[in-house]
Design a protein around this ligand. Sequence first.
Ligand code: IMP
Length: 429
Amino acid sequence: MPITILIGAQWGDEGKGRVVDWLASSADIVARYAGGDNAGHTVALNGSVYKLHQVPSGVLHSDVVSVMGNGMVVNPVNLVREIESLRDIGMDITPERLVISSRAHIITPAHIALDRARESALGDAKIGTTLRGIGPAYLDKTGRAGIRTGDMLLDVEEYAERLIAAVDAANETLRRQGLDTLDPQYAAESYLDAAAVLRPFIRDTSVYLHAALTAGKQVVCEGAQGTLLDIDHGSYPFVTSSSPTAGGALTGLGVGPLFVENVLGVAKAFSTRVGGGPMPTELDGEIATRLRGSGANFWDEFGTTTGRPRRCGWLDVVMLRYAVSVNGFSEMMLTKMDILSGLGDLKLAVAYEIDGVRHDYPPVTNELLQRAQPIYESLPGWQEDISGCRTFSQLPAAARDYIDRVAQLCAVPVNSVSVGPERDQLVLR
Ligand code: IMP
Protein backbone atom coordinates (compact mmCIF):
# COMPACT_ATOMS: atom_id res chain seq x y z
CA MET A 1 0.00 0.00 0.00
CA PRO A 2 1.53 3.18 -1.18
CA ILE A 3 0.77 6.05 1.26
CA THR A 4 3.02 7.17 4.11
CA ILE A 5 1.55 10.00 6.17
CA LEU A 6 4.07 12.12 8.00
CA ILE A 7 2.75 14.03 11.02
CA GLY A 8 4.23 16.50 13.46
CA ALA A 9 3.64 14.96 16.90
CA GLN A 10 4.05 18.22 18.87
CA TRP A 11 3.44 21.96 18.31
CA GLY A 12 5.05 22.08 14.87
CA ASP A 13 8.72 22.72 14.06
CA GLU A 14 9.64 19.06 14.61
CA GLY A 15 11.97 19.06 11.60
CA LYS A 16 9.43 17.56 9.21
CA GLY A 17 10.97 19.19 6.13
CA ARG A 18 14.17 17.20 6.37
CA VAL A 19 12.24 13.97 7.06
CA VAL A 20 10.04 14.50 4.00
CA ASP A 21 13.16 15.19 1.97
CA TRP A 22 14.56 11.84 3.16
CA LEU A 23 11.32 9.92 2.46
CA ALA A 24 11.04 11.58 -0.94
CA SER A 25 14.11 9.71 -2.13
CA SER A 26 11.92 6.59 -2.39
CA ALA A 27 8.64 8.30 -3.33
CA ASP A 28 6.98 9.34 -6.58
CA ILE A 29 4.80 12.09 -5.12
CA VAL A 30 4.98 14.34 -2.04
CA ALA A 31 1.65 15.94 -1.21
CA ARG A 32 0.91 18.68 1.33
CA TYR A 33 -2.55 18.53 2.78
CA ALA A 34 -3.08 21.36 5.29
CA GLY A 35 -2.07 24.88 6.24
CA GLY A 36 -0.46 27.49 4.05
CA ASP A 37 2.57 29.72 4.24
CA ASN A 38 2.40 29.72 8.03
CA ALA A 39 4.63 26.65 7.64
CA GLY A 40 8.37 26.91 7.22
CA HIS A 41 9.99 23.63 6.22
CA THR A 42 13.76 23.70 6.13
CA VAL A 43 15.97 21.28 4.21
CA ALA A 44 19.78 21.41 4.37
CA LEU A 45 21.56 19.98 1.40
CA ASN A 46 25.29 20.09 0.62
CA GLY A 47 25.83 23.18 2.74
CA SER A 48 22.84 25.08 1.29
CA VAL A 49 19.62 25.70 3.20
CA TYR A 50 16.21 25.66 1.49
CA LYS A 51 13.20 27.15 3.25
CA LEU A 52 9.86 26.11 1.85
CA HIS A 53 6.55 27.62 2.91
CA GLN A 54 3.93 26.31 0.49
CA VAL A 55 5.69 24.06 -2.02
CA PRO A 56 6.07 20.52 -0.60
CA SER A 57 9.53 19.58 0.68
CA GLY A 58 9.94 16.79 -1.90
CA VAL A 59 10.58 19.43 -4.57
CA LEU A 60 14.35 19.15 -4.10
CA HIS A 61 14.20 15.71 -5.75
CA SER A 62 13.95 16.24 -9.50
CA ASP A 63 11.99 13.02 -10.10
CA VAL A 64 9.30 13.70 -7.47
CA VAL A 65 5.96 15.36 -8.24
CA SER A 66 4.82 17.90 -5.62
CA VAL A 67 1.10 18.15 -4.94
CA MET A 68 -0.61 20.97 -3.02
CA GLY A 69 -3.87 19.50 -1.78
CA ASN A 70 -7.38 20.86 -1.35
CA GLY A 71 -6.90 21.10 2.44
CA MET A 72 -4.34 23.87 2.01
CA VAL A 73 -4.95 27.60 1.93
CA VAL A 74 -2.80 29.12 -0.79
CA ASN A 75 -1.35 32.61 -0.94
CA PRO A 76 -0.95 32.90 -4.73
CA VAL A 77 1.37 35.91 -4.71
CA ASN A 78 3.75 34.34 -2.21
CA LEU A 79 3.54 31.02 -4.05
CA VAL A 80 4.68 32.66 -7.28
CA ARG A 81 7.61 34.18 -5.37
CA GLU A 82 8.48 30.76 -3.96
CA ILE A 83 8.35 29.16 -7.41
CA GLU A 84 10.55 31.94 -8.80
CA SER A 85 13.12 31.53 -6.05
CA LEU A 86 13.23 27.78 -6.72
CA ARG A 87 13.71 28.47 -10.42
CA ASP A 88 16.49 30.94 -9.55
CA ILE A 89 18.47 28.11 -7.98
CA GLY A 90 18.05 25.99 -11.10
CA MET A 91 14.94 23.96 -10.31
CA ASP A 92 12.65 23.08 -13.10
CA ILE A 93 9.20 23.93 -11.72
CA THR A 94 6.71 22.93 -14.40
CA PRO A 95 3.05 21.77 -14.27
CA GLU A 96 4.42 18.23 -14.60
CA ARG A 97 6.35 18.66 -11.33
CA LEU A 98 3.99 20.84 -9.29
CA VAL A 99 0.26 20.19 -9.17
CA ILE A 100 -2.07 22.54 -7.28
CA SER A 101 -5.55 21.47 -6.26
CA SER A 102 -8.39 23.41 -7.84
CA ARG A 103 -10.24 23.01 -4.52
CA ALA A 104 -7.72 24.68 -2.20
CA HIS A 105 -8.82 28.05 -0.84
CA ILE A 106 -7.06 31.32 -1.52
CA ILE A 107 -5.63 33.60 1.16
CA THR A 108 -6.54 37.12 0.05
CA PRO A 109 -4.96 40.39 1.25
CA ALA A 110 -8.22 40.82 3.18
CA HIS A 111 -7.51 37.67 5.20
CA ILE A 112 -4.04 38.90 6.12
CA ALA A 113 -5.39 42.29 7.23
CA LEU A 114 -8.14 40.61 9.27
CA ASP A 115 -5.64 38.25 10.94
CA ARG A 116 -3.65 41.31 12.08
CA ALA A 117 -6.79 43.16 13.18
CA ARG A 118 -8.04 40.20 15.19
CA GLU A 119 -4.72 39.61 16.92
CA SER A 120 -4.38 43.28 17.87
CA ALA A 121 -7.98 43.35 19.17
CA LEU A 122 -7.23 40.33 21.39
CA GLY A 123 -4.35 42.15 23.11
CA ASP A 124 -2.74 39.95 25.78
CA ALA A 125 -5.11 37.10 24.90
CA LYS A 126 -3.81 36.93 21.33
CA ILE A 127 -3.15 33.52 19.75
CA GLY A 128 0.27 34.55 18.47
CA THR A 129 -0.55 33.61 14.88
CA THR A 130 1.96 33.87 12.06
CA LEU A 131 -0.14 36.77 10.63
CA ARG A 132 -0.38 35.01 7.27
CA GLY A 133 -4.19 35.21 7.10
CA ILE A 134 -4.63 31.50 7.85
CA GLY A 135 -7.52 31.71 10.34
CA PRO A 136 -9.64 34.17 8.31
CA ALA A 137 -9.09 32.12 5.12
CA TYR A 138 -10.33 28.90 6.78
CA LEU A 139 -13.17 30.89 8.35
CA ASP A 140 -14.36 31.93 4.89
CA LYS A 141 -13.93 28.34 3.69
CA THR A 142 -16.15 26.86 6.40
CA GLY A 143 -18.50 29.86 6.17
CA ARG A 144 -18.90 28.98 2.48
CA ALA A 145 -17.72 32.38 1.38
CA GLY A 146 -14.19 31.56 0.21
CA ILE A 147 -12.47 31.96 -3.14
CA ARG A 148 -10.83 28.79 -4.45
CA THR A 149 -7.75 28.19 -6.54
CA GLY A 150 -10.06 26.78 -9.23
CA ASP A 151 -11.65 30.23 -9.46
CA MET A 152 -8.39 31.42 -11.05
CA LEU A 153 -9.52 29.44 -14.08
CA LEU A 154 -12.62 31.66 -14.34
CA ASP A 155 -13.07 34.59 -16.57
CA VAL A 156 -10.55 37.23 -15.39
CA GLU A 157 -13.19 39.86 -14.69
CA GLU A 158 -15.28 37.56 -12.57
CA TYR A 159 -12.23 36.52 -10.52
CA ALA A 160 -11.26 40.20 -10.08
CA GLU A 161 -14.79 41.04 -8.94
CA ARG A 162 -14.67 38.36 -6.24
CA LEU A 163 -11.32 39.61 -4.97
CA ILE A 164 -12.53 43.20 -4.88
CA ALA A 165 -15.69 42.18 -3.02
CA ALA A 166 -13.58 40.29 -0.43
CA VAL A 167 -11.35 43.32 0.12
CA ASP A 168 -14.33 45.70 0.32
CA ALA A 169 -15.94 43.53 3.01
CA ALA A 170 -12.69 43.37 5.00
CA ASN A 171 -12.30 47.14 4.70
CA GLU A 172 -15.56 47.65 6.57
CA THR A 173 -14.23 45.64 9.52
CA LEU A 174 -10.87 47.42 9.41
CA ARG A 175 -12.57 50.82 9.31
CA ARG A 176 -14.69 49.93 12.34
CA GLN A 177 -11.51 49.12 14.25
CA GLY A 178 -9.84 52.36 13.15
CA LEU A 179 -7.21 50.44 11.12
CA ASP A 180 -5.77 51.18 7.68
CA THR A 181 -7.88 49.87 4.81
CA LEU A 182 -6.66 48.13 1.64
CA ASP A 183 -6.79 49.31 -1.96
CA PRO A 184 -9.09 46.74 -3.64
CA GLN A 185 -7.87 47.49 -7.17
CA TYR A 186 -4.22 47.10 -6.25
CA ALA A 187 -4.92 43.86 -4.38
CA ALA A 188 -6.88 42.46 -7.32
CA GLU A 189 -4.15 43.36 -9.80
CA SER A 190 -1.38 41.52 -7.94
CA TYR A 191 -3.65 38.48 -7.61
CA LEU A 192 -4.51 38.54 -11.33
CA ASP A 193 -0.79 38.56 -12.16
CA ALA A 194 -0.26 35.56 -9.87
CA ALA A 195 -3.23 33.76 -11.43
CA ALA A 196 -1.68 34.13 -14.87
CA VAL A 197 1.43 32.27 -13.64
CA LEU A 198 -0.39 29.60 -11.61
CA ARG A 199 -3.23 28.66 -13.98
CA PRO A 200 -1.36 25.84 -15.77
CA PHE A 201 -0.54 24.16 -12.44
CA ILE A 202 -4.16 23.90 -11.23
CA ARG A 203 -6.15 20.68 -11.58
CA ASP A 204 -8.23 18.15 -9.66
CA THR A 205 -5.56 16.63 -7.42
CA SER A 206 -7.86 14.02 -5.90
CA VAL A 207 -8.44 12.44 -9.31
CA TYR A 208 -4.72 12.81 -10.08
CA LEU A 209 -3.70 11.08 -6.83
CA HIS A 210 -6.24 8.30 -7.20
CA ALA A 211 -4.89 7.44 -10.65
CA ALA A 212 -1.33 7.52 -9.31
CA LEU A 213 -2.17 5.36 -6.29
CA THR A 214 -4.02 2.74 -8.30
CA ALA A 215 -1.00 2.60 -10.61
CA GLY A 216 1.11 1.73 -7.54
CA LYS A 217 2.92 5.06 -7.11
CA GLN A 218 4.38 5.84 -3.70
CA VAL A 219 2.95 8.96 -2.04
CA VAL A 220 4.27 10.76 1.03
CA CYS A 221 1.71 13.04 2.69
CA GLU A 222 3.54 15.97 4.23
CA GLY A 223 1.99 17.33 7.40
CA ALA A 224 2.53 20.95 8.34
CA GLN A 225 2.26 22.41 11.86
CA GLY A 226 1.65 19.62 14.41
CA THR A 227 -0.92 17.52 16.24
CA LEU A 228 -1.11 19.90 19.21
CA LEU A 229 -2.00 22.79 16.87
CA ASP A 230 -4.88 20.84 15.29
CA ILE A 231 -8.19 22.74 15.24
CA ASP A 232 -9.99 19.78 16.89
CA HIS A 233 -7.27 18.10 18.90
CA GLY A 234 -4.95 20.95 19.92
CA SER A 235 -5.12 23.30 22.91
CA TYR A 236 -8.02 25.31 21.46
CA PRO A 237 -8.11 28.28 20.82
CA PHE A 238 -4.28 28.36 20.73
CA VAL A 239 -4.23 26.31 17.55
CA THR A 240 -4.08 26.77 13.81
CA SER A 241 -7.28 26.53 11.78
CA SER A 242 -6.62 23.29 9.89
CA SER A 243 -6.28 19.55 10.62
CA PRO A 244 -2.58 18.63 10.57
CA THR A 245 -3.38 15.15 11.95
CA ALA A 246 -3.70 11.81 10.12
CA GLY A 247 -7.40 12.23 9.35
CA GLY A 248 -6.64 15.63 7.83
CA ALA A 249 -4.33 13.99 5.31
CA LEU A 250 -7.23 12.03 3.84
CA THR A 251 -9.71 14.91 3.64
CA GLY A 252 -6.97 17.41 2.75
CA LEU A 253 -5.98 15.38 -0.30
CA GLY A 254 -9.22 13.59 -1.14
CA VAL A 255 -7.73 10.08 -0.92
CA GLY A 256 -9.16 6.93 0.63
CA PRO A 257 -7.83 5.32 3.85
CA LEU A 258 -7.21 1.90 2.31
CA PHE A 259 -4.12 3.21 0.54
CA VAL A 260 -2.40 4.14 3.83
CA GLU A 261 0.45 1.88 4.90
CA ASN A 262 2.43 3.92 7.38
CA VAL A 263 1.77 6.85 9.74
CA LEU A 264 5.10 8.28 10.83
CA GLY A 265 5.05 10.63 13.82
CA VAL A 266 7.94 13.07 13.96
CA ALA A 267 8.80 14.47 17.39
CA LYS A 268 11.67 16.61 18.51
CA ALA A 269 13.72 15.04 21.32
CA PHE A 270 12.59 17.97 23.52
CA SER A 271 9.56 20.30 23.38
CA THR A 272 9.19 23.64 21.63
CA ARG A 273 6.24 25.89 21.03
CA VAL A 274 5.87 29.25 19.30
CA GLY A 275 2.88 31.49 19.96
CA GLY A 276 0.56 31.51 22.97
CA GLY A 277 -1.09 28.66 24.87
CA PRO A 278 -0.16 26.23 27.63
CA MET A 279 3.12 24.32 27.58
CA PRO A 280 3.49 22.34 30.81
CA THR A 281 7.19 21.45 30.46
CA GLU A 282 8.33 24.95 29.44
CA LEU A 283 11.65 25.99 30.99
CA ASP A 284 13.46 29.24 31.38
CA GLY A 285 17.04 29.67 32.42
CA GLU A 286 20.15 27.89 31.25
CA ILE A 287 18.65 24.64 29.92
CA ALA A 288 16.08 26.55 27.82
CA THR A 289 18.84 28.75 26.43
CA ARG A 290 20.93 25.69 25.56
CA LEU A 291 17.98 23.98 23.86
CA ARG A 292 17.04 27.12 21.92
CA GLY A 293 20.53 27.99 20.68
CA SER A 294 21.73 31.50 19.95
CA GLY A 295 19.97 31.99 16.64
CA ALA A 296 23.28 31.96 14.78
CA ASN A 297 22.43 28.63 13.09
CA PHE A 298 19.34 27.99 10.97
CA TRP A 299 18.53 24.94 13.10
CA ASP A 300 18.36 27.00 16.32
CA GLU A 301 14.89 27.40 17.81
CA PHE A 302 13.72 30.56 16.05
CA GLY A 303 10.67 30.49 13.73
CA THR A 304 11.42 29.84 10.04
CA THR A 305 8.43 31.95 9.01
CA THR A 306 8.36 34.64 11.70
CA GLY A 307 11.84 34.59 13.30
CA ARG A 308 10.23 34.48 16.77
CA PRO A 309 12.23 32.67 19.51
CA ARG A 310 10.54 29.38 20.39
CA ARG A 311 9.60 28.42 23.93
CA CYS A 312 11.63 25.35 24.95
CA GLY A 313 11.28 22.60 27.54
CA TRP A 314 11.75 18.93 28.35
CA LEU A 315 10.09 16.27 26.21
CA ASP A 316 6.41 16.04 27.15
CA VAL A 317 5.45 12.37 26.85
CA VAL A 318 1.90 13.12 28.02
CA MET A 319 1.37 15.19 24.86
CA LEU A 320 3.21 12.64 22.74
CA ARG A 321 1.03 9.82 24.05
CA TYR A 322 -1.99 11.91 23.10
CA ALA A 323 -0.56 12.45 19.59
CA VAL A 324 -0.18 8.66 19.30
CA SER A 325 -3.85 8.18 20.15
CA VAL A 326 -5.06 10.88 17.73
CA ASN A 327 -2.95 9.71 14.80
CA GLY A 328 -2.30 6.01 15.41
CA PHE A 329 1.39 6.23 14.57
CA SER A 330 2.88 3.04 13.21
CA GLU A 331 6.34 4.38 14.11
CA MET A 332 8.06 7.52 15.34
CA MET A 333 11.22 9.45 14.63
CA LEU A 334 13.00 11.65 17.17
CA THR A 335 14.75 14.68 15.70
CA LYS A 336 17.52 16.91 17.08
CA MET A 337 18.89 14.22 19.43
CA ASP A 338 22.32 15.87 19.04
CA ILE A 339 21.09 18.98 20.89
CA LEU A 340 20.71 16.95 24.10
CA SER A 341 24.45 16.11 24.22
CA GLY A 342 26.22 17.59 27.24
CA LEU A 343 23.08 18.73 29.09
CA GLY A 344 23.57 16.45 32.11
CA ASP A 345 20.60 14.46 33.37
CA LEU A 346 17.58 14.59 31.04
CA LYS A 347 13.95 14.70 32.04
CA LEU A 348 10.83 13.19 30.50
CA ALA A 349 7.38 14.35 31.63
CA VAL A 350 5.61 11.00 32.02
CA ALA A 351 2.35 12.32 33.57
CA TYR A 352 0.83 15.51 35.02
CA GLU A 353 -0.42 16.20 38.48
CA ILE A 354 -3.38 18.57 38.53
CA ASP A 355 -4.99 19.47 41.87
CA GLY A 356 -3.54 16.31 43.43
CA VAL A 357 -4.77 13.99 40.64
CA ARG A 358 -2.46 12.14 38.22
CA HIS A 359 -3.23 12.51 34.48
CA ASP A 360 -1.66 10.31 31.78
CA TYR A 361 -3.33 12.33 29.01
CA PRO A 362 -3.73 16.12 28.72
CA PRO A 363 -6.98 17.54 30.14
CA VAL A 364 -9.24 19.28 27.66
CA THR A 365 -9.38 22.78 29.14
CA ASN A 366 -6.52 25.21 29.10
CA GLU A 367 -7.40 26.27 32.63
CA LEU A 368 -6.54 22.77 33.90
CA LEU A 369 -3.56 22.48 31.58
CA GLN A 370 -2.13 25.75 32.94
CA ARG A 371 -2.15 24.17 36.42
CA ALA A 372 -0.56 20.89 35.29
CA GLN A 373 2.63 20.04 37.17
CA PRO A 374 4.74 17.63 35.11
CA ILE A 375 5.77 14.42 36.87
CA TYR A 376 9.30 13.95 35.64
CA GLU A 377 11.42 10.86 35.23
CA SER A 378 15.18 11.55 35.11
CA LEU A 379 17.50 9.71 32.77
CA PRO A 380 21.28 9.95 32.60
CA GLY A 381 22.46 12.17 29.75
CA TRP A 382 25.57 11.78 27.59
CA GLN A 383 28.54 14.04 26.89
CA GLU A 384 29.57 12.76 23.46
CA ASP A 385 28.98 14.66 20.22
CA ILE A 386 26.66 12.26 18.36
CA SER A 387 26.37 14.22 15.10
CA GLY A 388 28.66 11.72 13.35
CA CYS A 389 26.72 8.61 14.43
CA ARG A 390 24.96 6.71 11.66
CA THR A 391 23.90 3.48 13.38
CA PHE A 392 22.12 2.85 16.67
CA SER A 393 25.12 0.92 17.97
CA GLN A 394 27.33 4.00 17.49
CA LEU A 395 25.08 6.07 19.81
CA PRO A 396 26.11 6.26 23.48
CA ALA A 397 24.18 3.80 25.68
CA ALA A 398 22.44 6.71 27.47
CA ALA A 399 21.12 8.05 24.14
CA ARG A 400 19.83 4.59 23.19
CA ASP A 401 18.16 4.29 26.59
CA TYR A 402 16.49 7.68 26.15
CA ILE A 403 15.08 6.64 22.75
CA ASP A 404 13.94 3.24 24.04
CA ARG A 405 12.25 4.81 27.07
CA VAL A 406 10.28 7.23 24.85
CA ALA A 407 9.22 4.32 22.64
CA GLN A 408 8.17 2.30 25.67
CA LEU A 409 6.18 5.17 27.24
CA CYS A 410 4.38 5.83 23.95
CA ALA A 411 4.03 2.14 23.04
CA VAL A 412 5.24 2.92 19.50
CA PRO A 413 8.59 1.92 17.99
CA VAL A 414 11.13 4.70 17.44
CA ASN A 415 13.01 3.47 14.39
CA SER A 416 14.97 6.56 13.44
CA VAL A 417 16.54 9.66 14.94
CA SER A 418 18.23 12.70 13.45
CA VAL A 419 21.57 13.92 14.78
CA GLY A 420 22.08 17.06 12.69
CA PRO A 421 20.45 19.07 9.92
CA GLU A 422 22.13 17.55 6.84
CA ARG A 423 20.34 14.97 4.67
CA ASP A 424 22.66 12.15 5.79
CA GLN A 425 22.63 12.94 9.54
CA LEU A 426 20.11 10.21 10.26
CA VAL A 427 20.37 7.09 12.37
CA LEU A 428 18.11 4.26 11.23
CA ARG A 429 17.42 1.19 13.27
P1 IMP B 1 -1.72 30.51 12.39
O1 IMP B 1 -1.60 29.15 11.81
O2 IMP B 1 -0.84 31.54 11.71
O3 IMP B 1 -3.14 30.97 12.50
O4 IMP B 1 -1.17 30.45 13.91
C1 IMP B 1 -1.86 29.74 14.93
C2 IMP B 1 -0.88 29.12 15.91
O5 IMP B 1 -0.17 28.09 15.25
C3 IMP B 1 0.17 30.08 16.47
O6 IMP B 1 0.49 29.69 17.78
C4 IMP B 1 1.37 29.84 15.56
O7 IMP B 1 2.58 30.16 16.19
C5 IMP B 1 1.24 28.34 15.35
N1 IMP B 1 1.85 27.90 14.07
C6 IMP B 1 1.32 28.01 12.84
N2 IMP B 1 2.14 27.47 11.92
C7 IMP B 1 3.19 26.98 12.60
C8 IMP B 1 4.36 26.25 12.21
O8 IMP B 1 4.59 25.95 11.03
N3 IMP B 1 5.20 25.90 13.21
C9 IMP B 1 4.95 26.18 14.52
N4 IMP B 1 3.87 26.85 14.93
C10 IMP B 1 2.99 27.24 13.98
